[in-house]
Design a protein around this ligand. Structure first.
Ligand SMILES: NC(=O)c1ccc[n+]([C@@H]2O[C@H](COP(=O)([O-])OP(=O)(O)OC[C@H]3O[C@@H](n4cnc5c(N)ncnc54)[C@H](O)[C@@H]3O)[C@@H](O)[C@H]2O)c1
Length: 349
């Protein structure tokens, strides 16, 4: 496969492959950029269809972490790792320890954390091989409340920018997905006076939202047609696509889901319709910001103040987009590039 010329390679500083025969570990660590600090990014364990697929995934995700960490104002660069295999069948503690030794050989250039297919117990095993690990069981805690608070702050900033309103009182928000992030977000929105329209496949969550938050429940597909000011996708990726963009009545798309745009062209289509899009990797960075603050000297107020800064970053992105006539997802990338090319002179907020 083409490597150095691939769009995903994008000048990665380092890519390391390892096969630990004793444990069966087959893993790749990609370090995209360390201008701002060591590369922080999760470890994904996935049953890839081919080794090429695994390489492409790790490069794409690692590059994405450089952008995410820069716009989260973290003193971290971007990296990611993948373990090739079915997490439900093939994962063993010995494999995780081997992964820890692999991370250790990079001498702190890469900091590992959990992602799809890995969990806090795995990070505990990895810790036996390296200190360069975050999200260890008992030290991190659930990042979802921080993510939800970041999305709330992002919605406030978006409403101010697009609707010119200083509060969420009376603002109508459609929340798709009432899971760890979505329910907490819905609760905060309601407390701020917003009116909610919600959907989920989980009937119990819907009943709870109707009772506790006076939310209006709609069907899974009807959420796209809801008469709301804000559409907050908090369940699946790629819900902003050729089918849904023309249907949205919302003036703002702002939620926690990863990879909300099916394609970049869908981001341009939102902009063309005058719908303000809060780039997903910016508004959902509360979890990674929380990881940065975790540890022995954890200070809840300091961590959440940092997360609340997501609103200011979005406002900066919107101003750049307006000034230079860009879609907001393009403006976000430009701002991130400026930040990580500047390096670590301006570190954590
Ligand atoms: N948890 C975090 O800290 C965090 C951080 C960054 C990004 N995210 C992203 O935010 C999203 C939500 O994360 P979460 O931790 O709340 O997950 P979760 O699994 O707790 O919640 C997802 C919710 O979506 C519902 N759902 C599933 N299919 C649906 C459908 N077709 N329509 C409507 N609802 C549906 C589920 O029933 C569940 O209630 C995910 O895309 C996740 O990748 C989460």
């Amino acid at each position: 496969m083409a490597l150095f010329g691939s769009i995903h390679f994008d000048n990665h500083e380092q890519v390391v492959f390892s096969h630990d025969t004793a444990s069966g570990l087959k893993a790749i660590i990609a370090v995209h950029n360390t201008n701002r600090g060591p590369a922080l990014g999760g470890c994904r364990m996935w049953d890839y269809g081919s080794e090429e697929e695994a390489v492409t995934d790790v490069l794409r995700l690692s590059r994405g972490m450089t952008y995410k960490n820069a716009l989260a104002n973290l003193p971290f660069g971007g990296g990611k790792s993948v373990i090739i295999g079915d997490a439900k069948k093939a994962k063993t503690p010995a494999m995780m320890r081997a992964m820890g030794r692999m991370v250790e050989r990079l001498g702190g250039t890469y900091i590992i954390a959990e992602d799809v297919g890995t969990n806090p117990d795995d990070m505990t095993e990895i810790r036996r091989g390296t200190p360069h690990v975050k999200g260890v069981k008992g030290e991190g805690g659930d990042p979802s409340p921080a993510t939800a608070f970041g999305v709330f702050a992002g919605i406030e900033a978006s409403v101010k920018h697009r609707l010119g309103k200083d509060t969420l009182d009376g603002v109508r928000v459609a929340v798709q997905g009432l899971g760890h992030v979505g329910y907490d977000l819905a609760r905060q929105l309601r407390a701020a006076g917003a009116d909610l329209v919600v959907t989920d496949i989980d009937m119990a969550a819907l009943d709870r939202a109707a009772q506790e938050l006076s939310a209006e429940v709609v069907g899974l597909d009807a959420i796209y047609d809801a008469d709301v000011d804000v559409y907050a996708p908090c369940a699946l990726g790629a819900t902003v696509n050729g089918d849904t963009v023309p249907r949205l009545k919302a003036k703002i798309v702002a939620g926690s889901a990863n990879n909300q745009l099916a394609t970049d062209a869908d981001g341009d289509a939102l902009a063309a319709r005058g719908i303000l899009y809060a780039p997903d990797y910016v508004i959902n960075a509360g979890g990674v910001i929380h990881i940065y603050h975790e540890g022995a000297d954890y200070d809840h107020d300091r961590a959440f103040a940092h997360v609340g800064g997501i609103g200011d970053v979005l406002t900066e992105i919107y101003s750049l987009a307006d000034r230079e006539n860009l879609s907001t997802h393009t403006a976000a990338d430009r701002l991130a590039e400026r930040k990580f090319q500047l390096g670590n002179t301006k570190q954590a907020a």
